[in-house]
Design a protein around this ligand. Structure first.
Ligand code: ADP
Length: 395
């Protein structure tokens, strides 16, 4: 079946058309600057990227252009919309309302809307994308796949914060975790690679991208993860601070007169490896600078790796052991230097780096030596394929 996967942001709409039988991506692209002017970037599998300026006052026009591009006589991949069996939508926050993917209907959309306060930047945009697709393809089933759903198996002691309990009861303040589709996909793939049931394994998945999170997957279930109520907690990220002493907020307020909005902007957009290095949030830039002897870039990379290693250690404790540690996403898959920086901290687990294997990029590969007691792997994630598979499974 062909599944159209949609990942909608406030001013962008990413899409992929996937043949779930062959697992092939048929075409992909992004609509950018929706509500400003509008640009469609479209790429057929194996083809060149085509960029065209199109007026996109709303997501409705964006989806219309995507569907036209997919059916274009010269560069399209389908003849009619009947060839799209279903649409899988990435929905960022399902709170406690959703523990798994769902077929979207009016009642479900209203329940997703209830979660909007918890992800004000993401969920409303996700819903706009769903409604635009429903308008364009009224008889095609729509499925919602939640970033938070995989983590709904976390035990209470992992998701409750050390705050007054009524904040959980009244306002649902708790750890939710994100990147669930990726953590689920990678942990299942690890089990396939090592040839054991996922139910018999303790796996730590390190999803290291612009946004980064780590997940402890015990017997196929998420038992803890580093992101929290929002995707700001946990690791030091591209521009997000991750864990900090909450009292820093008051201190900055007193010193600089920052209000809540100012502080949230700093923590989300001006911190992380970018904030430390004052240079870039992109690890390629930081590595170049490190090679030229830049102290702050070197420090940012060291802080990043140290935090990853500390989280791995805490999840070994949470699961009372670990069988496999997997690196994934932009940095995890491609940055051998970051992986090499993390590995020395894992010596106590009987882990040693296979330097030759670690130099292979973007492929499934074991980067620990054969003698290592715990296997460390690189497993490329594929969130779109995971959403497409979920969509088919549900139908
Ligand atoms: P997200 O989906 O959160 O936007 P990605 O998983 O695509 O992020 O990761 C993007 C990041 O991956 C980039 O900011 C960059 O730091 C890193 N990255 C991508 N390619 C490479 C590479 N070849 N070497 C090192 N880092 C890379």
């Amino acid at each position: 079946m062909n599944v159209l996967v949609i990942n909608c942001g406030s001013s962008s709409l990413k899409f992929q058309l996937i043949d779930t039988d062959s697992k092939d991506m048929l075409a992909k692209g992004i609509c950018e600057r929706i509500g400003i002017d509008g640009r469609l970037v479209y790429q057929k599998a194996g083809g060149e990227k085509e960029k065209s300026d199109k007026a996109m006052p709303t997501h409705n026009e964006a989806i219309k252009y995507v569907l036209e591009a997919l059916q274009n006589e010269a560069t399209g991949v389908i003849k009619s919309l009947d060839e799209i069996g279903a649409v899988g939508h990435r929905i960022v926050h399902g709170a406690e309302n959703f523990t798994e993917s769902v077929v979207l209907n009016d009642e479900i959309l209203a329940k997703i809307e209830e979660c909007n306060d918890l992800a004000p930047l993401h969920n409303p945009a996700n819903l706009i994308g769903v409604r635009a697709c429903q308008d364009a393809m009224p008889s095609t089933p729509m499925i919602g796949v939640f970033d938070t759903a995989f983590h709904q198996t976390m035990p209470e002691h992992a998701y409750i914060y050390g705050l007054p309990y009524e904040y959980y009861e009244d306002y649902k303040v708790r750890r939710y975790g994100f990147h669930g589709t990726s953590h689920s996909f990678v942990s299942k793939r690890v089990a396939e690679i090592v040839g054991k049931p996922v139910e018999d394994l303790k796996i730590i998945v390190c999803h290291l991208g612009n946004g980064s999170s780590i997940c402890a997957v015990k017997n196929g279930k998420s038992v803890d993860t580093s992101m929290g109520l929002t995707p700001l907690e946990g690791l030091v990220m591209g521009t997000r601070c991750g864990d900090v002493d909450p009292a820093i907020l008051e201190y900055l307020h007193n010193k600089k007169g920052f209000d809540v909005d100012d502080i949230m902007k700093v923590l989300n957009k001006e911190s992380g490896v970018y904030g430390i290095s004052k240079l870039s949030s992109d690890f390629r830039d930081l590595t170049d600078a490190k090679l030229k002897g830049d102290h702050k870039a070197t420090l940012a990379l060291t802080v990043f790796a140290y935090r990853v290693a500390k989280y791995i250690g805490s999840y070994v404790a949470a699961m009372n052991g670990v069988d496999v540690i997997a690196f994934t996403a932009g940095i995890g898959e491609n940055d051998e230097l970051v992986r090499a920086d993390v590995m020395p901290y894992l010596g106590y687990l009987g882990i040693e780096l296979d330097e030759e294997a670690n130099n292979i990029r973007g492929e499934e590969v074991t980067i620990s030596t054969k003698d290592s007691k715990v296997q460390v792997m690189v497993v490329p994630t594929n969130e779109e394929l995971a959403i497409a598979r979920e969509t088919v499974n549900l139908l």
